[in-house]
Design a protein around this ligand. Sequence first.
Ligand code: LLP
Length: 429
Amino acid sequence: MTSRVPENKKVLLEIANNFGTPTYAYNSNRIHSQIETLRKHTAGISSRLLYAMKANSLRPILQQINKEGMGVDAVSPAELELALRIGFAPEHILFSSNNMTDDEMRRAASAGVTINIGELSRLRQYGKTYPGSEICVRLNPRIGAGHHAHVITAGEESKFGISVDQIDDIISVAHEFDLQIIGLHQHIGSGILETRIIWKAISVLLDAALNFPDLKFLNLGGGLGVPYRPDEKPLDMAEWESVIIKPLRKYRAKHPSRNLEFIFEPGRYIVAESGTLLVEVNTLKPSNDRIFAGVDSGMGHLLRPVIYGAHHTIYNLSNPDGVPRTYDVVGNICESADFFARDREVQEIREGDILAIMDVGAYGMSMASEYNLRPLPAEIMILENGDTEIISHRESAEEMIDRIYPELIRQKVQASTSPSRSNIQDRET
Ligand code: LLP
């Protein structure tokens, strides 16, 4: 049976009725409470929180996060540009682009943000271009973790960071160009619900830190998981404090002259549970021993089930008391992989019902595409006082093509139903 009920199911149904589907709705109160929880459980050490904006870069979410005093981790020139335009102070932005180009490096440097470099070749290039300046280095502690192999971002097979085995090389590049390594960074993976593995990697970084006398901060990455499956429990924050925060406090006490600041940069933990994708069931298809519930959205709008086998709870907002049955909830994209859930118990589904696909605030819309030329969902914020704000409208097919190919606007063919009618006539005669 569906294990959880959406926090604001009445508002969600109203949103679907008033604004149609598919629509992403985000609850700003939930974002606030996640930030508060994390703050509470990282208090007691000198710490700073950055938000990994790749999880969800919706304008009002970034504005809220800025207002609530977090900084951001930006990984592309456009993320950086957006963060600056939202009003994040450059000193609260870390730029961690992968395979950084010279142009990206120069943009970030001229914006005055801290640059995080994960390759020796780029470090050398940075040193040549900006000798005598400050820099942060991303290390690979050779320990990785995550909810799926695709999201493990450290360890032997990972492309990220400079291996801790290459610390001597880092130091020699730094000497060559008189660089001050003011930060060390690591991020071992995403969707981690087990604090001990995070600590294991942190302790590698703490040891590595002893080689770098100019350090001002240690960025311990994000990766904090949220429970998606009914059998998953939320991260135990009391354990988080005792396994991670307490030892960090001790480390600081042991090395008082270093006055290090600790940074965490979660994405998922802040926004995942705030988001719901609202879809309408338009096709019920019993076939062999299954029932397919086909909806007006698909893998282009939420890729996680397809690429990670991710579980997102599905709740029938239109029939909350319906007797549960087992469905394959499938999308409208021409790919066999296009499903939201397989063999999933949902309250009885009827054509026309509105389903809430839950916990999609992180890596939902931010990974969406217009594959099959399906326009993206609308996006709506549920504000602190319960009011709703439309952030982006759902485009019609015509609007979408006008945007992609403005040069075709004037050649637009008069909308007509004639082709199908002529087919019918052909058949009738
Ligand atoms: N910092 C860095 C350098 C990262 O690469 C990431 C995520 C984060 C922080 C934030 O990680 P989080 O706290 O959200 O776990 N698309 C995947 C997740 C990919 C995460 C990529 N990096 C998913 O939907 O599960």
